[in-house]
Design a protein around this ligand. Structure first.
Ligand code: GLV
Length: 341
C-alpha cells in the first residue's frame, strides 16, 4: 500500500498529510521504517512507556495506536482519541485493552497471534526443564560459592521421561507445547479451564495417541507438570487458586507463561510454603514488573521477567504484523489479525 492510497482512502489529503499514528514504545527498525513510510509517527522513545495522562494527551488527533502489552488502553484513553480507527497490540494477549468498548466505538483492535507461538512454546519448555531439573537453582548455588562437589544424591530433580504434562488451554501455544512432549518422553493430557471453554470448542485436531482430553480436575490430580496457556479474562482470573493447588500432586510443578492473574499468586506462595506442590516456574506476575518478595526467597521457584516471546526473530515479526494491521485498517482494508471478527 503506497502513501497515496492511504491518504486518498482516508480522504484527508487536502494538505497531503499522512495519517497520524501513536507508537507507545520503541519498535524494531524494520517495523518502524515501514510504518513511517506511510504514516506520520509519534514515537515515544522512553522504554518506560507513557503515563495515563501522557497517553491521553499524545493520542489526541491520532487515527492509529500501536501499543504493547503493558499499556493499559481503557475507556479514558480511547475517549481521548475521537478519530481513532485502529488499536494494534504487539502481543497475542489483549487483556490490556477494553476491546468491548473499542468495538462499540467502531475501532478495530488487532493482536499478533501465530508469529510468537514457537517462541512461547520453546520458552515454556525452558521453564519446565529449569524447574524440574533445578537448573536456575544450581546456577544460584554455584554463583554463591556453595557447591562442594558431585554427590550421588546431590540436587536431585524430577525426570520428565515417562511423566505426565497437563496443558490447560489448548490453543495455538498449548498445542505447540504439547507437540514437543513426545521428544521428552512425556504423555500429555489437555483441558480447558473449568469455566473458560469446553472440549467441543477445543478439540484435538490430530490423531495423536500421546495426547488425551480430560476434565480440569483430572488434569490437576494426575499431572506431574501443569502448564497454563489460557488467555486472561474474567473467567480465567485466579483459575489456579487454593482449591486447584490442593488438587495437584505434592510432587508436581506449576508453570505459567500466560498471564499473571491466571494464578492467585498468594495461593501459589502458600502452596509452595506448605509444600503442597514441588515448585513453580513463572514468567508472568499479577502486578508486573513488581514481583512478590516472598517468591524471591523460595528456592523451588523459577522466575523470569515475561520473556515468553522474547526472541529477536519473534519480536520483530510481532512488531511488523502490528504495523501491517495499522496500515491495512487505515488504508481501508481488512485487518490481518483482528481480535474479534
Ligand atoms: C505477551 O505476553 C503476549 O501476549 O504476546
Amino acid at each position: 500500500m503506497c502513501t497515496v492510497d492511504i491518504v486518498s482512502l482516508l480522504g484527508i489529503n487536502e494538505h497531503c498529510s499522512l495519517p497520524l499514528v501513536l507508537v507507545t514504545r520503541r519498535l524494531p527498525a524494520s517495523a518502524l521504517k515501514k510504518l513511517q513510510s506511510v504514516c506520520e509517527v509519534d514515537l515515544n522513545r522512553d522504554h518506560q512507556g507513557l503515563s495515563v495522562n501522557l497517553l491521553c494527551e499524545r493520542i489526541q488527533g491520532k487515527l492509529g495506536l500501536l501499543c504493547l502489552v503493558n499499556d493499559v488502553i481503557d475507556r479514558q484513553v480511547i475517549d481521548a482519541a475521537p478519530e481513532l480507527r485502529v488499536i494494534a497490540n504487539v502481543a497475542v494477549g489483549y487483556d490490556n485493552i477494553d476491546v468491548e468498548y473499542a468495538s462499540r466505538r467502531g475501532i478495530v483492535v488487532t493482536n499478533t497471534p501465530d508469529v510468537l507461538t514457537a517462541s512461547v512454546a520453546e520458552f515454556t519448555w525452558g521453564l519446565i526443564l529449569s524447574i524440574a531439573r533445578r537448573i536456575t537453582e544450581g546456577d544460584r548455588l554455584i554463583r554463591s560459592n556453595q557447591w562442594t562437589g558431585w554427590a550421588l544424591d546431590f540436587m536431585l530433580g524430577m525426570e520428565l521421561n515417562g511423566k505426565r504434562l497437563g496443558i490447560i488451554g489448548y490453543g495455538r501455544i498449548g498445542r505447540a507445547v504439547a507437540a514437543s512432549a513426545k521428544a521428552f518422553g512425556m504423555n500429555v493430557v489437555v483441558a480447558a479451564s473449568s469455566s473458560s471453554g469446553s472440549k467441543s470448542e477445543n478439540t484435538l485436531d490430530e490423531e495423536d495417541d500421546n495426547i488425551r482430553w480430560v476434565s480440569f480436575d483430572e488434569l490437576l490430580v494426575s499431572s506431574d507438570v501443569v502448564s497454563l496457556h489460557v488467555p486472561m479474562n474474567a473467567k480465567t482470573t485466579n483459575l489456579i487458586d487454593r482449591r486447584a493447588l490442593t488438587r495437584m500432586k505434592r510432587t508436581a510443578f506449576l508453570v505459567n507463561a500466560s498471564r499473571g492473574s491466571v494464578v492467585d499468586e498468594d495461593a501459589v506462595i502458600w502452596a509452595l510454603e506448605e509444600k503442597l506442590i514441588a515448585g513453580a516456574a513463572l514468567d508472568v506476575y499479577e502486578s508486573e514488573p513488581a514481583v512478590q518478595k516472598k517468591l524471591l526467597s523460595l528456592e523451588n521457584v523459577v522466575l523470569s521477567p515475561h520473556l515468553g516471546s522474547a526472541t529477536r526473530e519473534t519480536r520483530t515479526a510481532m512488531a511488523e504484523l502490528a504495523v501491517s494491521n495499522v496500515i491495512a485498517v487505515l488504508g481501508g482494508e481488512e485487518p490481518l489479525t483482528p481480535v474479534l471478527s
